[in-house]
Ligand binder design. Structure first.
Ligand SMILES: *[C@@H]1O[C@H](CO)[C@@H](O)[C@H](O)[C@H]1NC(C)=O
Ligand SMILES: *[C@@H]1O[C@H](CO)[C@@H](O)[C@H](O)[C@H]1NC(C)=O
Ligand SMILES: *[C@@H]1O[C@H](CO)[C@@H](O)[C@H](O)[C@H]1NC(C)=O
Ligand SMILES: *[C@@H]1O[C@H](CO)[C@@H](O)[C@H](O)[C@H]1NC(C)=O
Ligand SMILES: *[C@@H]1O[C@H](CO)[C@@H](O)[C@H](O)[C@H]1NC(C)=O
Ligand SMILES: *[C@@H]1O[C@H](CO)[C@@H](O)[C@H](O)[C@H]1NC(C)=O
Length: 287
């Protein structure tokens, strides 16, 4: 299972000059994204406008989007027939191409891969980074203990066991990544890295939805805007319901795996604060 791909979204900020910790107001002019469907602006995961487009508008910076739906940190670790950050996005960024292998992944490999990504870009001259951690995936319908079968998975599964595993993977993956980022700091002098705690932000949206969701339907953090209920082992059985118009902004989730457009506007708002050199409750400058 590709738990870890689903919220992998490191981001890069390009700026003219540097200062001690964090970036100065007005310093960031360009915003380069790497990641998966949570960050892709073409194949958009939230059914609307992707958060990097909102964020670049809110912060008035130019967006250079390299994130691709289905991307993993490296296809060498988690083999999928989609472009990955290391095998496709970075080579595209550097104007190159490359193919991946199909080695087995472990949590340590994946977190190492995510952190190495920062080093590779640093070595190419990048200095300002935002590193976004994984959201609480166990609250998506795909990974929840009470979730139904979805277009993402119709084979028999033990939902309780998936939920327990994804909770542990998300928590330990986020912890490992933060430790590895801290350990990397001495090797990347002059760099500024913000750690953006998407995990806590989404937990807060789950617990205090009225502070974030503003649609015209009853607030809803368990269902989704575009839901398709499948029967086990029946990949053509999807019974779909679509929520439309201003009702959508009442939902935390767009589908069984992805946040809604309103949730993404909140991410964008907080990201824009970081890019503008202002404080976000969810971001910490590590250097
Ligand atoms: C946005 O940035 C551009 C280019 O840096 C600048 O010309 C423009 O005035 C800015 N717009 C706002 C609303 O700050
Ligand atoms: C992936 O595997 C290929 C072939 O073994 C290797 O050349 C490449 O360096 C690997 N990429 C990463 C990011 O480890
Ligand atoms: C599902 O997984 C849970 C937790 O691992 C376990 O306690 C339970 O017995 C499993 N249920 C079935 C039907 O295998
Ligand atoms: C949340 O939305 C889903 C899908 O539209 C719906 O089935 C469910 O009843 C809603 N839950 C609440 C508490 O409104
Ligand atoms: C939402 O729009 C779709 C497509 O226009 C329509 O099929 C569906 O019935 C609408 N949903 C509701 C709840 O009205
Ligand atoms: C909810 O708030 C966002 C800004 O976060 C705004 O763009 C959107 O239009 C609002 N939605 C509704 C239904 O008012």
């Amino acid at each position: 299972m590709n738990f870890l791909r689903s919220a992998f979204a490191p981001l890069l900020l390009l700026a003219s000059a540097a200062r001690a910790t964090g970036v100065a107001p007005g310093q960031i002019k360009n915003f380069v994204t790497f990641g998966d469907s949570y960050t892709d602006i073409v194949s958009v995961g939230d059914g609307g406008t992707a958060w990097p487009v909102y964020a670049s508008g809110y912060a008035n910076v130019s967006l250079f989007p390299f994130a691709k739906s289905g991307a993993t940190c490296s296809n060498n670790l988690t083999n999928r027939p989609f472009p990955s950050v290391f095998e496709s996005q970075l080579p595209t960024y550097f104007g190159e191409t490359s193919n991946g292998g199909d080695d087995a992944a472990s949590l340590v490999d994946v977190t190492t891969c995510m952190v190495n990504w920062v080093k590779v870009l640093y070595d190419s001259g990048a200095r300002n980074f935002i590193f976004q951690n994984m959201i609480p995936l166990q609250h998506t319908i795909l990974y929840s203990s009470t979730g139904y079968y979805t277009k993402f998975w119709t084979f028999p599964r033990n939902a309780t066991s998936w939920s327990v595993s994804v909770t542990e993977l998300t928590l330990s993956g986020n912890d490992l990544t933060q430790l590895k980022l801290q350990a990397l700091l001495p090797q990347i002098p002059g760099a500024h890295i913000a750690h953006f705690d998407s995990h806590s932000l989404f937990q807060d949206m789950l617990v205090n939805p009225s502070q974030y969701l503003n649609g015209t339907a009853p607030l809803n953090v368990t269902g989704c805007v575009n839901s398709c209920v499948f029967q086990v082992n029946e990949p053509d059985s999807g019974a779909c319901t679509l929520v439309n118009g201003t009702d959508r902004d009442s939902y935390l989730w767009y589908d069984e795996l992805h946040p809604s457009e309103q949730a993404d506007r909140i991410v964008a708002r907080e990201m824009a604060l970081v890019m503008e050199g202002k404080a976000s409750k969810w971001a910490t400058w590590l250097s």
